[in-house]
Design a protein. Sequence first.
Length: 88
Amino acid sequence: MCLENPGWGAPIIHGELLKIGIDVAESSVSKYMVRCRKPLSQTWRTFLDNHLTQLVSIDFFTVPTIRCRCFTCFWCWPLIVVAFFTSM
């Protein structure tokens, strides 16, 4: 049951077993559950590998001028270029 539903924990499986008439302790269910080898969701490394071409670095900053005024600047840089320079 835990292989077919990897998101279920011992309490849910224990409740389902009780519904079908199998009386077993929750501690026994958790003791004999088969552990999943791979994570349920993707890792951060997989996410970054999949979306690196779509990510950008964005920043707002102010620049004081000689006449005591402030310019607000918007900076946008694609992360693929940043990743290229950091890997050198």
